[in-house]
Write a protein that binds this ligand. Structure first.
Ligand SMILES: [Zn+2]
Length: 193
């Protein structure tokens, strides 16, 4: 029996995530599937396209995980965990994720692509009004700031162009004032509109 036959039999010829019966193909579960049936799943084109392209994620499609996350197949559990993690801003997905128990090696596999990490949602730089700051923004200082070590005061109202975000600290940005690159606390700036 070849891999395709094994997967067809295991899945009863249905997408192992959403149970669709058309456009099925073998999907090798990243990051390093050896191509055997244990590390592959049978998926429909709709599921695999969204898994591969997060920007095409259709939230409603993934309610199918409500059923498929209970699969006994680790490769299916891994994909269910990754998609629920990606969708965890949705209350229902977060609820399912909390119910989804993976044994240790399966969880390690699920986490191996870094899904859920480096999520831009997780670190947000917010200005004094709660607006999200992004690299390249122009901000205005909302109070006089004594710049330690530089010997000058950055005046309230000063525009700082082309800021960059301090990646590991959501409370800080960097920008040039008086020709010097300084660290500024987000709470003392306002994003220019
Ligand atoms: Zn599917």
């Amino acid at each position: 029996m070849n891999i395709e036959q094994a997967l067809q039999q295991r899945s009863e010829s249905k997408c192992e995530l959403c149970a669709a019966t058309d456009n099925l193909h073998i999907y090798e579960v990243p990051p390093n599937s050896n191509g055997n049936a244990e590390e592959s799943v049978l998926l429909c084109a709709r599921c695999s396209e969204q898994i591969e392209n997060p920007e095409k994620t259709d939230v409603h499609h993934w309610h199918c995980l409500n059923d498929s996350m209970w699969s006994q197949v680790p490769a299916v559990q891994v994909l269910a965990w990754r998609m629920l993690t990606r969708l965890s801003a949705e209350g229902w997905a977060q609820d399912l994720l909390e119910m989804l128990y993976l044994d240790e090696s399966t969880l390690t596999w699920a986490q191996a692509t870094g899904e859920g990490l480096n999520d831009e949602e997780s670190i947000k730089h917010l200005d004094s009004n709660g607006a999200v700051l992004t690299t390249g923004d122009t901000v205005t200082l909302i109070k006089d700031l004594n710049v330690k070590g530089a010997g000058f005061t950055a005046k309230r109202g000063t525009a700082v162009r082309g800021i960059s975000l301090v990646t590991d600290n959501p409370e800080q940005i960097e920008g040039r004032v008086n020709g010097q690159q300084i660290v500024i606390l987000c709470k003392y700036v306002k994003k220019a509109s």
